[in-house]
Design a protein around this ligand. Structure first.
Ligand SMILES: [Zn+2]
Length: 336
């Protein structure tokens, strides 16, 4: 019995040692975590700071984040001031981790809103993501040289998938009539996507979600909708859709759907991976921009005609009218 229990103890102890030996990666946002998961081996463990659906532009770091970062071996950040809060978090945590700036090597697009600053959303152009995954591969190999072959294999396979995705996006966007290739969203997360795949961008807010939209922004966007005659505008998963919905209503266009930029969707959903997110966005954009322009706001009309949403007055009028028709038919039958 004694031998047994000490054997079990030894077993647990060595298992925990094996578990502890995993190299800990912490990533700022879900899309970078997914990229790393595609390349890393079982020697690594990864966690994400900003939860799915959270806004990495204005995240409030929790004390547990400092704890996670302090224990990390590798921290993956986008850079280009995407995660303004992360420098302080890293400093406060006292971590000895290697900080990898995933946009190192990317040619940034300058911000349209702020002088001397760059747009952080570089991952929205798949070609830039080739650089992100190179940076991830390099740090993985640096930490686990013995797994280089497997890491390289994973990297090559993932890169091939990304190349196919890049082509797929190009082909799909080209199916939109040229004059309708205008993407109206909440914030400027799609400049890289637009300049790569040929869409003109108009956003209510700038590249960060921190600034409030001004009346002048709403007027500007309304003017673009009128001039380009686009049938849809698009909401974003990490941003309150209230203002965009109001703009859609005022300008009699529909909501083309929800786009993902600064966070993936839940893991089991189609936009739950980086590739899935870009594919979902592309399909949503193509569908939204190629549908017929309706003079009425179709959503409102549909809502009004559904029995559950019908105003009581309208229900009474309709019921009386139907009853009247039935009575008239019955009376006619009796007195032909
Ligand atoms: Zn953003």
């Amino acid at each position: 019995m004694k031998i047994y229990s000490s054997f079990i103890f030894m077993l647990c102890f060595s298992f925990s040692l094996i578990a502890q030996e995993k190299i800990k990666i912490v990533s700022s946002a879900s899309m970078f975590t997914d990229m790393a998961k595609n390349i890393m081996t079982d020697d690594f463990d990864i966690s994400t700071i900003v939860p799915v659906g959270g806004d990495p532009h204005k995240y409030n770091a929790r004390p547990s984040d400092a704890n996670t970062v302090s224990k990390a071996d590798i921290v993956l950040v986008n850079g280009l001031t995407f995660e303004g809060w992360i420098t302080e978090l890293i400093e406060n945590s006292g971590t000895k981790a290697t900080i990898v700036t995933l946009t190192d090597g990317v040619t940034p697009i300058s911000s349209l809103d702020y002088a001397n600053s760059s747009d952080p959303h570089a991952w929205m152009d798949v070609e830039n993501t080739f650089i992100y995954i190179q940076n991830i591969r390099d740090v993985l190999v640096q930490y686990k040289p013995s797994a280089k072959d497997q890491i390289d294999k994973n990297y090559e396979a993932y890169k091939a998938e990304l190349m196919a995705l890049d082509q797929e996006i190009k082909d799909k966007i080209e199916s939109i009539p040229v004059d309708k290739r205008v993407l109206i969203t909440s914030h400027d997360a799609f400049q890289y996507f637009g300049s790569k795949y040929g869409l003109r961008l108009e956003a209510i807010m700038g590249i960060s979600t921190e600034a409030e939209a001004q009346t002048s922004d709403i007027t500007r966007v309304a003017k673009v909708i009128k001039e380009s005659k686009v049938p849809s505008v698009f909401i974003e998963s990490t941003i309150n859709p209230k203002m965009l919905k109001q703009i859609a209503k005022d300008n009699k266009v529909s909501i083309g759907g929800e786009l993902f930029a600064d966070s993936l969707d839940d893991p089991e959903k189609p936009a739950g991976t980086y590739i899935g997110m870009l594919r979902h966005n592309t399909n949503t954009i193509v569908e939204g921009l190629t549908k017929e322009v309706t003079s009425e706001n179709d959503e409102d009309v549909k809502d009004l005609l559904s029995p559950s949403n019908m105003p009581v007055g309208l229900k009474i009028v309709l019921s009386v009218a139907i009853l009247g028709i039935i009575l008239m038919v019955l009376l006619k039958r009796r007195n032909p």
